[in-house]
Ligand binder design. Structure first.
Ligand code: HMG
Ligand code: MG
Length: 300
């Protein structure tokens, strides 16, 4: 089995996770979480989003999160930004990287960003120009790459076209979102068969929500195909506000456990990561969705 020696983990818990947690989330808990993650060895942390706060109130204080977070050397603090206004807000508080997002489904694009897929690209061109002028890298997210909650199946060729468009516009990497966790090892393999003749493995990342418990299998398929960047959310925090029924991203602890078992380096201290997930779960009064964290409880 040919696998990458090293995987770059993109920790999205403070954004993708917390954006969908009910109730008010204290700023202090967000800051503690981000710090815990950096201390556990995560080097890319998506710390918040700069979207319309009426749509996603959980992220309304991202300006303060970025302004107050304790920066660790070697850690990149990234922000999700849908438009120029978002990118301006993010760079004003020192985001090291911004991420734009679109979808492989028109209905999802409308629900998530109130505009068509084509219009999302018009907004990105402003973001990318602005970020380039400030030497800030731009990541691209593509949602619904393995299926849409409104439109059902999504053609791998459509995903390939949009991936190419995001890369051509200046994104350094495209994160392939299984937004509602409907993919499986078979559909992931078929998607990658459509993408890998066109793109390098270092231009792609996996972003799997774990709604049907398939995320680790899908990630393993991607690793075997040579993809070495994986998004994950500590304690399996979150879901998606515009994808009914979607659960959180695959838990970072579970991904790290699998990667270390395969002999793949992550730079992450699993015990510290588990502690980070336990702490935020307690602060939010939620169940920890990481199986590895639950198993660790029994060991005392
Ligand atoms: P809009 O409401 O459609 O229209 O926003 P607008 O652009 O005309 O703006 C209307 C109001 O929003 C105005 O304020 C703007 O100033 C304000 P008002 O005059 O009403 O007071 N506004 C903003 N405020 C702060 N920051 C901004 C900003 N932009 C506009 N950046 C918009 C369009 C995209 C902003 C809106 O639809 C929105 O915020 N949507 C939320 C999208 C979101 O956060 N979704 C969840 C994240 S994506 C995700 O989770 C998927 C992913 O994880 C991958 C996967 O799993 O597949 C990435
Ligand atoms: Mg997501």
């Amino acid at each position: 089995m040919s696998l990458p020696q090293k995987v770059r983990l993109v920790e999205v818990g403070p954004r993708d996770g917390l954006q969908n947690e009910p109730g008010e989330i204290r700023l202090a808990d967000k800051l503690r979480l981000i710090d815990d993650l950096a201390l556990a060895g995560l080097t890319t942390i998506e710390a918040g989003s700069f979207v319309n706060p009426k749509w996603v109130p959980q992220m309304a204080d991202s300006d303060r999160v970025f302004a107050q977070l304790e920066r660790h050397e070697g850690v990149r603090y990234a922000a999700l930004t849908p438009n120029l206004k978002g990118a301006e807000r993010a760079l004003a508080v020192g985001a090291d990287e911004v991420a734009v997002f679109t979808a492989a489904s028109e209905t999802f694009s409308q629900k998530n960003t109130n505009c068509s897929i084509d219009e999302t690209f018009e907004r990105f061109s402003d973001v990318i120009r602005f970020a380039a002028a400030h030497n800030v890298p731009v990541r691209g997210y593509l949602s619904c790459t393995l299926g849409c909650p409104y439109e059902g199946d999504v053609a791998p060729q459509a995903v390939a076209e949009l991936t190419g468009k995001l890369l051509d516009m200046g994104c350094y990497e495209v994160s392939l979102g299984d937004t509602i966790g409907c993919g499986n090892a078979g559909s992931t393999a078929r998607l990658l068969d459509a993408l890998l003749p066109r793109f390098n493995t270092d231009q792609l990342a996996m972003h799997c929500h774990d709604t049907r418990g398939q995320a680790l299998a899908n990630i393993l398929v991607a690793l075997q195909a040579g993809i070495a960047t994986v998004d994950a959310s500590v304690a399996g925090l979150g879901g998606c506000n515009y994808a009914p029924g979607a659960s959180g991203n695959v838990a970072t602890e579970d991904v790290v456990y699998m990667l270390h078992g395969l002999g793949i380096e992550t730079g992450v201290d699993l015990d510290r990561l588990i502690q980070a997930g336990e702490r935020i779960s307690q602060a939010l009064h939620r169940d920890n969705a990481s199986s590895v964290a639950l198993a660790a409880r029994g060991k005392g």
